[in-house]
Ligand binder design. Sequence first.
Ligand SMILES: NC(=O)N[C@@H](CC(=O)O)C(=O)O
Ligand SMILES: [Zn+2]
Ligand SMILES: [Zn+2]
Length: 457
Amino acid sequence: MLITGATLADGRVRDVRIGDDGRIDAVAEGLGADAGERVLEARGRHLLPGAVDVHVHFREPGGSHKETWTSGSKSAAAGGVTTVVDQPNTSPPTVDGDAFDGKAALAADSLVDYGINGGVTPDWDPESLFERPLFALGEVFLADSTGDMGIDGDLFADALDAAAARDVPVTVHAEDATLFDESALDGDLGGSGTAATADAWSAYRTADAEIAAVERALAAAADRDARVHVAHTSTPEAVDAVVEAREDGAGESDGDGAGTDAAPRVTCEVTPHHLYLSRERARSLGTFGRMNPPLRSESRREALFARLAEGDVDVVATDHAPHTVEEKRTGLVDAPSGVPGVETLYPLLLESVRKGELSLERVRDVVAANPAETFGLDRKGRVAEGRDADLVLVDTADPREIEAAALHSAPAWTPFEGLRGVFPEVTLVRGEVVYERDPATGAASFGDPVGRNVRES
Ligand SMILES: NC(=O)N[C@@H](CC(=O)O)C(=O)O
Ligand SMILES: [Zn+2]
Ligand SMILES: [Zn+2]
């Protein structure tokens, strides 16, 4: 296939040829089409690397009433996400080799490439997990969230040791439950849609609980020269702690080469919901705005966004955590935590580019280049010769209103309803069209499940 006249994130206008092996053959000017070659005319539109969303919960096995690999990966493809990394809080949890194999068999339904993380619980089996083509350890829960997989500091230390010995990165859900404010949940919280319920969750799972847990995780990682990726940092303070830890550790090596990798030793991730929603919005979302870590104050949200714009945030990943409408409606204490987001990641960020709040290169870096580099995916994350042809074609001047009804995740709701997003027209995974939207009618069509485990090739 030849893509002609596409504008790249840095503004260059180029033709891109994709080889039969699904890799980018050439990025150049004036490439002529070969006989019989499919040509995709891209003049006036941007060609971006497919996003690498290192944090999704596709719910299988055990939660297919919430989402499946099919529905989740369709949602990813329609949002320009070409690689997803699934988290271990499924049922059974992905904490041993057998559970890994069971999930890997289900992931064969995926339209996009994927990684499968291994979890840590008191009965995890590191030996059998590490024998598998594991993406990373994580998310390792330092406090309970969906799936109740919270562990103590000793087990976390063991997990860091096991991972560091193999130079495997560890993704951490950092909250300290001893610093939650139980009193926030006292009294009459009203129904699921009320302001009291939504705001109470933010008051309960305090910012201090996240900041303290992030600092402790970074200290434990530094002691062991472990590679730690802090998931869903929701506070500017936590981002600053990661930046500081990275600066402290720069250039350090324990002499065995483990500290000299190109990838940074500690990185942080921020979600779209913490970048675009705050407690102000939570008041109208009710329990649909409940997630862990929770939405923060508008001033913290602004400070988090500023850190993204300035380059302190390494990765934006979605923590796509679908639950059904019925489950979310059960009231503050019983409703599960989590919001969907894999389909609106690129659209929300591209709308910020359109409005002049972020550069397109920054967006490309945080959704594609940086996550690929952080997790050692040499063939993902860039529009460059030799890389996989995981590509997104988008008209960056054409925003539309985000409506749950037009999205493809199984639970038909989104916390971003009514915001604007710039959605892809075409998404390719290793040169195969997995998603196409007719610009005239808006009709979506999907390709075959071509997804592969990115740790197997
Ligand atoms: N973020 C959430 O609120 N929920 C996630 C789990 C998690 O990432 O903590 C889920 O799996 O539902
Ligand atoms: Zn989490
Ligand atoms: Zn998560």
